[in-house]
Structures are given as C-alpha cells and as structure tokens.
Design a binder for this molecule. Structure first.
Ligand code: GDP
Length: 508
C-alpha cells in the first residue's frame, strides 16, 4: 500500500468513525385510521423485539403495557429503533400546529380489508406536509377478506406513488396479529435509515422533543420526551419555550432509572417547574440561563394579569375573563383568540387573572365577585370545584380544543353585544287579534328580544302604540329570548292594531 492510499484510507476511516458515532437510531411513528391495527402492531413489536419483554409476554399482556408505555425502543438484528405513539388527537394536532418533526420515519397503516378511510387521508396529508419518509403497511392480510391489491390500486388512483406501480413509496403487507411480514417492515425501516442516515447533530448538551407532560401526585411534573441528539443526564438544567427546571429523575420507557441517556431514546423525566407543552423542543442549559428564563416566564405569566384586549372599533360592551391553563404557551394562544374575538364582535376583553393549573375554590369566589367568565384550558379540574361553579351559575368554558373554546367565547361575546342593542323585530304576519292581545310572527332584525320586554310599535317611523311581550316561541317551542336573525312567534299585550311590516322595538 502506498502512502497516498494509506492516508486516504485512514482519513476515510476517521470520517467514517465520526459519521458512525453521530449516527442515531431512527424514530418511527405509526399513523392510520382507527381500528386499522396501530395498537396491535405496537403490541406485537413490544412482545417480540424489546430487550425488556422479548419472548416473556403475550400480545395480550403487551396490550396492558402499551397503554402505559406508548413509546419504546426495539432491537431488530442488533439495530435499535424507537417507536413513538402519537399522543391523543388534540396533542397530535398541537404537534402539527408547531410543525414538530419528531419522528424520522412514518408507518401509515391501512387495513387491507377496508382501504383508505378519513384518518388515512389525514395521516397522509400530515406525512406529506412534514416531508417525512414513510412506509405503507397493508395490515390484516391474514384475513380472507383482505384485498391488498385493491388497496394498492386505490392508493394509485389517489395519486400516491407506490413502489411496484411506478412510484417509490414502499408498501409492505403485514399481519400485526400473526406477525406475518413484520420482519419485512423492520427491514424496510433499516433500509430507509441507512438511506437517510439520521444523525445526532447536537454538539453540546442535549436536545429533544416533549411528547406530553403530566402532573404526577408524587413526582411532580413528568414529561415524556424523545431525545434528538446529545446525552441528557440527571442534574442537567433544562429549558423549553414555556418551562424550565433541573432534571431530578430520568427513566427509560419501561420505568427503569437512568443517570444518562442519548439520542433517539424515549424517556420520561421529572424536574420541570411547570408543564411543558406537547411538541416543544427542550434543550439543556446552564444554571444562569435557566434562572433568567425562570424570571422571564414569571414576568410573561404576570403580564397576563389585568390585561385589556381592545378591539379596533369603539366597544361599548366588555367581558371579564379568568384563565386557568396548562402552560404559558396556552395562555398566549388564548390571548390571540381573545384579540380575534374582540375585533370581530367589537367587545373589549379584560383578563383579570391568568394562572397555570386547575381551578380552585378561590377562583370560584373571584369569578363570582368580579362577574367574570372562567376559561379552563387543558387542565384537569376537581369535580367538586366544577360542580360548585355550575351550581353558582358561573359561565365555565372548559376543554382542551382551543377552537371549541373560541367558538363558545364568540357566542358569548356576540350575545353580549346583541343584548346591549335595542332589540327590534320586523312583523312578517299577524295571526290573531283581540282587543288586548295580538299574536304575530316576525324576524328579530337587531339585538335580543326577551319575554316580558316592554315594547313600542312603530309604523313609518311613528310610534303607534305600546305593549308587552307575554309569550315568545321559537320553532313552536316557548323560549325566554330570541336573538338577531331568528324567526319567532309572539303574543303581545296591546290595544294597538299591529300590521305586517310594522317594527316592534323593545324599550330599555
Ligand atoms: P387501532 O385503533 O389502529 O389501534 O387498531 P387496533 O390495533 O386496536 O385493532 C383493531 C382491531 O383489529 C382489533 O380487534 C385487532 O385485534 C384487530 N387487528 C389488528 N391487526 C390485525 C391483523 O393483522 N389481523 C387481524 N385478523 N386482526 C387484526
């Protein structure tokens, strides 16, 4: 061997060893329509390919474990790979909103007896939007009713360029129940990992993604996370955009204690001071920076108290709100929504209090004293506190889907504005008339009309009489209020004659 070849080979070896050192196992996620076999596949992998459980548990036992474990590492032919279960629908949507590319490879599972279903399409859109390499697993091929070729055809018709039919998206036939084809699927994961050479590019400390976080009564805040690069150790300072802390405990996905853990591993860690959000990036940090972030987070949270959200117009009406949320990111998301509603409905919204965590009895008192509504976003509330709120007629908007909270708040704001206007109804027909009572039908053109409203009757801009609404019906059902845009029937106590096209105006 001459010197040049020797030098070239040693340089090649060195580069190769660096590359090799930085290579990390792939992080895989399984997506697909409900009942197409996602859980069964995870259970099969857990029972057959984990160091912890291989050969020691049945699929049935694995079922119990996957409910708790959700993300784990398997070993196939000495190669590690991490499977992460996409958390519940809402968290998944949050991850999507944040554009978090947590997984390296997706498996789109489709039951070969059913073909593409709505969530298959949704999952496909997600994978394509993320530009994530993926494999299509046609599942349940052990069943006589399975028609994998028909599903291939359907995929092609939908423009999914699959392997064997002119495209390059791999399609593997499997049975998550019997294990048929699962090795082929794992081979394909290895192949894709080699092709994409997923690398640990973190030079200092460690980084990763938060999958979800919970408040454990004993351990405090526990975050489930997956490491993207570097090595994480107990005692490390750790930050996200909405939380920070110092790692007290690290566990692998099977609840074994760890002191340090490296790229691609799924872990749980405790030590965060508040719940970090799903999909957030975490990074290790120094004591100084963590302290600064702690301070800044405190200020950011404090900035929500007594905050006026003013619309662009000139509002006459306003709503007082109190927010309880899981983390600062949620408070900030709610603030955006408030601004949108304030502009759309021309109301001002005053945030009297914004706090992290569940609603307390103190909050109930505060809400009552300030005539506020309370929004509890993504927090687990004590049933007794919620019952107390309901019994006290407090408006509580509770949930973990931000758009639902937005819709309900918009409804409240719209009603508030309508109520403040002088309600008007245009008479569309007069059904019966006695000396003192008139039964009519009409449409509320402005505001909210209420039973027992005193009214005046207007014809050609002239008041022709006064009266009182003694009965109000919407869709033939007695109601106490009818809001703008709705048709209704009403009985009015009046001695005046009412005619079609007259205007009934509520007196304030
Ligand atoms: P998920 O909602 O996608 O997690 O679906 P599951 O894993 O819960 O599966 C739904 C149903 O399909 C269960 O009754 C499974 O036992 C069954 N199933 C899943 N995979 C297979 C398979 O490969 N073959 C057969 N015969 N049944 C399967």
């Amino acid at each position: 061997m001459d010197a040049a070849t020797f030098l070239f080979l040693s340089a090649y070896k060195r580069v190769f060893s660096i590359m090799d050192k930085k290579k990390r196992p792939p992080i895989v996620t399984i997506l697909g329509h409900v009942d197409h076999g996602k859980t069964t596949l995870l259970e099969y992998l857990l029972a057959h390919y984990t160091d912890q459980f291989k050969g020691t548990i049945t699929g049935k036992e694995a079922g119990g474990i996957t409910q708790k474990v959700r993300s784990f590492e398997i070993t196939y032919k000495n190669q590690c790979m991490t499977f992460i279960d996409t958390p519940g629908h809402e968290a998944f949507a949050q991850l999507r909103q944040r554009g978090a590319q947590i997984a390296d490879i997706g498996i789109l599972i489709i039951a070969a007896e059913e073909g593409m279903r709505p969530q298959t399409k949704e999952s496909l859109e997600f994978l394509q939007a993320q530009n994530m390499p993926f494999i299509i697993a046609l599942n349940k091929v052990d069943k006589a009713t399975a028609q994998p070729d028909k599903v291939r055809q359907e995929l092609m018709e939908k423009g999914i360029m699959i392997e064997g039919l002119g495209g390059d998206i791999p399609v593997i036939e499997i049975s998550a129940k019997t294990g048929q084809g699962v090795e082929n699927l794992l081979e394909m994961i290895v192949l894709l990992s080699d092709l994409h050479a997923f690398a640990d590019t973190v030079e200092h400390g460690s980084e990763g993604y938060i999958l979800e976080s919970i408040k454990d009564p004993k351990k405090g805040v526990v975050a489930y996370a997956v490491i993207q690069g570097g090595c994480l150790k107990t005692g490390d300072y750790i930050i996200t955009a909405t939380s920070c802390g110092k790692i007290k405990h690290l566990e692998d996905s099977f609840f074994n204690n760890l002191t340090s853990v490296c790229a691609s591993k799924p872990i749980s860690l405790s030590g965060f001071e508040s719940l970090p959000a799903s999909g957030e990036i975490f990074k290790t940090s120094s004591l100084d920076i963590t302290k600064k972030i702690q301070q800044e987070l405190g200020q950011r949270q404090h900035a929500f108290q007594n905050r006026y959200i003013i619309p662009e117009g000139n509002p006459e009406e306003g709503i007082n709100v109190i927010i309880k949320a899981d983390h600062i990111g949620s408070l900030e998301a709610l603030e955006h929504i408030f601004q949108r509603i304030a502009n759309e409905c021309n109301v001002h919204i005053k945030i009297l209090k914004a706090d992290l965590g569940a609603i307390t009895f103190e909050d109930t008192k505060f809400v009552k004293n300030t005539d506020s509504i309370i929004i509890a976003f993504n927090v687990k509330n004590d049933k007794s506190v919620v019952d107390e709120m309901r019994n006290s007629d407090i408006t509580l908007l509770e949930g973990n889907i931000i758009y639902e909270i937005e819709d309900r708040l918009r409804e409240i704001a719209t009603k508030k504005v309508q109520k403040s206007q002088v309600a008007q109804l245009q008479v569309l027909g007069v059904f019966s008339s006695s000396a003192s009572k008139k039964t009519i039908g009409g449409r509320v053109t402005k505001g909210v009309l209420s039973k027992n409203n005193r009214i005046r009757i207007v014809r050609a801009d002239q008041e022709i009489g006064k009266g009182k609404i003694i009965e109000l019906q919407k869709d033939k059902v007695a109601v106490s209020e009818v809001s703008e845009g709705s048709l209704c029937g009403l009985v009015i106590e009046t001695h005046a004659t009412i005619e079609k096209e007259d205007i009934i105006e509520a007196l304030s």
